[in-house]
Write a protein that binds this ligand. Sequence first.
Ligand code: GLN
Length: 282
Amino acid sequence: MSVSQSLRELISSCELPANEARILLAHILEKHYQLPRSALLSRDGMGLNEQAFGEWENLVSRRVLGEPIAYILGRKGFHNIELEVGPGVLIPRPETELLVEIALTEITKLNKHIRVLDLGTGSGAIALSIASTAPLASLIATDQSTEALAIAKQNAQSLKLLDQVQFLLGSWYTALTEPSQFDVIVSNPPYIAHENPHLTQGDLRFEPQSALTDYASGLSCLEIIIAGADQYLKPGGLIAVEHGFDQSEAVMGLMKVAGLIGVQAHLDLAGHCRAASGRKRL
Ligand code: GLN
């Protein structure tokens, strides 16, 4: 029995922006009625039953308090996959797909069985989207958070990619259990400086701070990752890292200091330099 207003009225009277209200309501319709998103239009006169309405009110109030939509839904689309996410992991950002594209371009060019290392994998977004697109790649994905690795492994299992990706616990290269060299190293480390006001605003307030900031200048994790590239890359191997919009010069400088060649900046879809890559000499 319906206890609520119609879907149309729920959206128009909701204090959230209509696009957010629609996302939350579509989630409720899927979960409680197994209805597709299109029901927001095709069944817009229907009301919700007591249980569904209770959940709707709960989700709306969580969002009103600022909780990110991805945590409320427990999932987020990234590149060509969907990931489970929760407060233990950074919410994958669309700009990070740039890193995946750089790695995939390299993998396609090499066209052989290749080994990829993803440092600080979080939800597994980068490693798993590479694995799902490139069956010839085998990956190691690391994280220093047990909570993040549990989510990443769960995602690998749901995507049936567990035999392609191995997960290791630890900080950057120290997570590796045996001496290894890789064709490609990718990383989206924490790069926000500790005093940056964005850390206390919007969605970032709800995300793990250790995935966002290095509690220093913003460059300290990037520096460790880039400094290790020579030891952990095969000759000719490629490293690509994400960084802040204003860190391009600094990160390319670190790559040159580390002896990497062919150092390049990469633009995201918004036209910002958000990634840099370099190569170990042959
Ligand atoms: N791109 C994220 C942001 O600006 C930060 C991610 C990171 O620190 N790696 O919100």
